[in-house]
Design a protein. Sequence first.
Length: 399
Amino acid sequence: MPRTARPAAPQVFSPAPLGPLTLRNRIIKAATFEGVMRGGTASDALVEFHRRVAAGGAAMSTVAYLAVSPEGRTDRHCLLLDEATVPGLRRVTDAVHAEGAAVAAQIGHAGPVANARSNGAPALSPSGGLTPMGSRLRAVDVAGIERITEDYRRAAALAVEAGFDSIEVHVGHNYLLSAFLSPKLNRRDDQFGGSVENRARFARNVLRTVRDAAGPRTAVTAKLNMADGVDGGLWLDESVEIAALFESDGALDALELTGGSSLANPMYLFRGDAPLREFGATLPAAVRLGFRVVGNRFLKSYPYEEAFFLPYARQFKRALSTPLILLGGITELATVEAALAEGFAFVAMARALLREPDLPNRMQAGTSTTSLCIHCNKCMPTIYSGTRCVLVDDRPGSA
């Protein structure tokens, strides 16, 4: 009997569907907090940040992080998606569209990751308690959950009004929806706690709400933790089950797979060198000494490996039919091609495109096959002054 030919792998630089959209290729700029929204405004620097990514050849750039509620900001310099910020965000989407790319809005609620003092509002969590750094958390009640769900509805509608092609709901890194999924952070005994299905209830309600508000011409995706990287936190067995629940609801056009905890273990997401000295230099003098004592427990060191989340993501690939976006230390064209050959719909790059926004264009032209990013992670502390690769500081006025 003749052997059936294996279908050819999708081409990296051919058009690809994402729900109702057709993207020009299969490389997406992952959300990385831009650090240029002083006072929560859509600045000229934010426009230029995403214009450069679009001009560099990525199919879609993701604006991060747009809060749906005032207390859901990471701090007071995080942009709140409301009527006042729509005109500024329209400048971002217009600039990206002019370069031929699509643009996504990452929306979410920071929950326990929020800086309560900066926001002037309590940081919310499923069960209250203290953060690893000693900040107090307030448990959100059922009325608060209902209010925040409606905040997501409003934010999704405003994102469409601002011209975004896609909406990414942040369900990772122990932000509020992710915290509800975590058995470590969610100790509730009501309909939002306990079983996997109960812990996923809030996120599922939000995803369905966003899908309804987004309308038929806007893609909806979610960024989901596969593993929190924290003892007692979410792990693959339950996260695969949660992803299957999301799939059964039919609200998503794709799922981007991530991991780690901005609350307790951010280096689980980044891998590579931990920039302890550089982060310490950004802190007020009053807390700098304390960070020297506990910083190496918060910023743990993990060896960098190309596509380090791929072994986890394969578990989801086997269990789901939802299109998947592979994230995690992707720097080489060969890795992108291999991921597509395995059946992933897209790959998402972050640090590689901070280092070289034009990397997709050069890969397509055949002049480059890998990023120059060395995974030093010294870009991480620059979120307080404009997120960038410190090896190529090309801000206006820099030498």
